[in-house]
Design a protein around this ligand. Structure first.
Ligand code: SF4
Length: 404
């Protein structure tokens, strides 16, 4: 009688994470998840699957396969399209697969381990967004700690330091500059516009509606390439929306939402102009936690419906996708990787040094769920969005109902 072999293989797009009680498979091609209980028998097979030497293919013991618990687990693996099971005769070669492994992780680790290299060498290539906060008045003076919003600061951003900072050799991967605040209150507006004109990256201007009206003429006069306006919606949209669409100026309304009462108003705006023109930002006011719990916090069902691809999961394993590659400068010339933390330095520092400081501190770019309790012990830590400013402003490490 010919010998029959049983093999279980996971697809290369499938991730497997386990803890002492539960395990989860997540397939990044199908966006399918399979959450299961851990028993001794299942744990043993999961451990084998997670051993990279097995390349995601393991033999199933024929006797153990008779156990209903294991057979159902395997059936569900197939049903959820996270792997496949085959019975075959011994002459047939076993199937081949490969676990999703992260090269970026090993790059960072390798650079950190090497005596003559440092993480800045790697990170300088990843500085891709710079936010410039102009001084002036702000309707919500602390909102810049949650979302891009003008700061309340009478300092005058030192233009020549900014110019030197942006001319640094470490800026070759920069692809976006955000200018936040009223350019008309900045004494070096003309110089700033010339500088922006000379830098071939996308420019986003964050403005109030009244400032936007004046600014449109300015932008059109200098024929600034590759820009977009982000305008804070304050009920006065009709005339300006018409002007912007007529002149084919790329723009978005930023709708700040802090309570459920605003949904009706938001819906009207979206219906009138189309969702594509409206970007919604929840804002924490200090007394609207129930709104966040109801509308922003994730429940287990939300997490199990994730549709992250393989690169997203890799990103969650090593970088904070909200902050990675981003630096900001406030009007006093101080440079930050996160406006809720102390500055990294000033515009007078070398970009390279600031990035090395940031990369080693892990305060923003590498602030991932592995660094945060209770997320670091949670099965869903790579399926959840990276920690954000909302966590910092609310003062809670996780915005979910899984581990409240
Ligand atoms: S505890 Fe953290 S990792 Fe777990 S579900 Fe909540 S936010 Fe996500």
């Amino acid at each position: 009688m010919k010998q029959i072999n049983f093999h279980l293989a996971l697809y290369p797009d499938t991730f497997l994470w386990i803890n002492e009680q539960k395990g989860i498979f997540y397939n990044t091609r199908e966006y399918s998840t399979f959450l299961f209980d851990i028993t001794n028998l299942i744990k043993n097979y999961c451990t084998q699957l997670l051993d990279v030497h097995n390349l995601y293919v393991i033999s199933i013991n024929e006797k153990e396969y008779q156990c209903q618990e294991l057979a159902i687990w395997i059936q569900k693996i197939c049903l959820h399209n996270v792997g496949f099971f085959i019975k075959h005769q011994y002459e047939t070669p076993s199937p081949i697969s490969f676990p999703p492994l992260l090269n970026l992780q090993s790059d960072i680790d390798r650079i950190e381990a090497a005596e003559d290299r440092d993480v800045g060498e790697y990170a300088a290539q990843n500085w891709n967004e710079f936010s410039i906060y102009l001084g002036g008045e702000s309707k919500f003076p602390n909102l810049h700690k949650q979302i891009p919003y003008p700061v309340d600061d009478s300092s005058i951003l030192p233009f020549y330091d900014l110019q030197a900072f942006l001319s640094s050799s470490d800026n070759s991967y920069l692809n976006t500059i955000n200018i936040i605040g009223n350019p008309f209150s900045y004494p070096y507006k003309a110089e700033l516009m010339d500088l922006l004109y000379s830098i071939p990256v996308k420019k986003n201007f964050y403005l109030t509606a009244s400032t936007a009206c004046r600014f449109i003429k300015e932008i059109q006069q200098i024929d600034l390439p590759n820009y977009e306006l982000y305008i804070y919606y304050e009920q006065e949209e009709a005339s300006i929306h018409h002007i912007l669409t007529e002149k084919q100026i790329p723009f978005h309304w930023i709708y700040l939402i802090s309570s459920e009462k605003q949904y009706e108003d938001l819906e009207k705006l979206e219906t009138k102009y189309g969702n594509e023109y409206v970007e919604v930002h929840p804002i924490y006011t200090g007394d609207n936690l129930p709104f966040f719990e109801e509308n922003v916090y994730l429940a287990e069902e939300d997490i199990l419906q994730s549709n992250y691809d393989k690169q997203d999961i890799f990103a969650h394993q090593v970088m904070n996708t909200n902050f990675w590659g981003r630096l900001s400068v406030l009007p006093d010339g101080k440079v930050y990787s996160n406006l809720n933390h102390p500055p990294l330095g000033t515009l007078k520092d070398r970009v390279y040094d600031l990035i090395v400081d940031e990369m080693t501190s892990k305060r923003a770019w590498r602030w991932i769920r592995d660094e945060v309790s209770p997320c670091k012990d949670c099965l869903f830590r790579y399926l959840c969005p990276s920690p954000s400013n909302y966590e910092l402003v609310i003062g809670k490490p996780n915005l979910c109902h899984v581990k409240p």
